[in-house]
Design a protein. Sequence first.
Length: 363
Amino acid sequence: MNEQIDFLLSSPSEDGGIKLTQYSHGAGCGCKISPKVLDEILKSNIVLPDNNKLLVGNSSRDDAAVYDLGNGTALISTTDFFMPIVDDAFDFGRIAAANSISDVYAMGGKPLLAIAILGWPVQKLSADLAQKVIEGGKAVCAEAGIPLAGGHSIDSPEPIFGLAVTGIVPVENLKKNNTAQEGDLLFLTKPLGVGILSTAQKKGLLKDEHLTLMIEQMTTLNKVGEELGKIKGVTAMTDVTGFGLLGHLIEMAEGSGLSAELYYDKIPVASGVKQYIAQRIFPDATTRNWSSYSDKVKFEKGVNVMEAFTLLPDPQTNGGVLVSVREESVNEVKTLLQEIGLGEMMIPIGKILAANEKRVWVK
């Protein structure tokens, strides 16, 4: 016991050169199991009893579970956690917390409270660093207006952090990822590319200005989701995370029994990302994602396929909200985006189509 305490007290601090990303084999939502493997894991012969209060559960690939409280309000329950995507412990905590809370916003909900999930390699990294991770999580919870009310920790081979979050939503404002309608226009509230930027960081190639941009994007709460939930013409929503824009759009289209087209040149891309793509820098999870759903995607002539392959399956951490909007409500959504400082995201990136031989057409 005393030896372990001595180790923790004498371990190098973050200021002493610890790089958290070197202690994890994956990064952020790039740690997620690929869609194809996840399909195998979730197969089950166990039939659970019907529960008409469960509005969203395992029957769909949505962002959170939702339970009807019977008073016009529903309870949202979700959890998310991953390994470090940045080297700074405080920023790692902020990013992981913002990503976890995003699932509540993606359902149109309001977060109420969170509890922490911490795995820490106590023989490799100091307790002081773990404390900074928790502090980062608390800071983002405070920004969301919720308490970090407890949690659980284990000694693990790699550092892991995230939250289990509880929220609420008026049932009439609940947004699912499988209720898009033919003719809807698609919007995305954050640019793509943080998986590519984080990989460049791990390789020691990321420029300082791009690191600042990456951290700012990944720590920004998706509060816009709660406001979008109040718009009747928003038919479906999901946040874009580990499966990339293509993967989450496929889930939306497939769950809705429809297809979709993406306007490649209209998709927002974070500053600097394309220069790293030109250097062939991208996460391993990009290839895993593409292998899982490439048969459902068609690129039309004129699209830079090599660039699109790197960008569209890029795993996002606390990525933007993907929104499906009826045409008559597009102006209302644009006005909201403008009012909250997301005017650059007012351009539709695609459209929901009738079902055809491919789920997504990139044009």
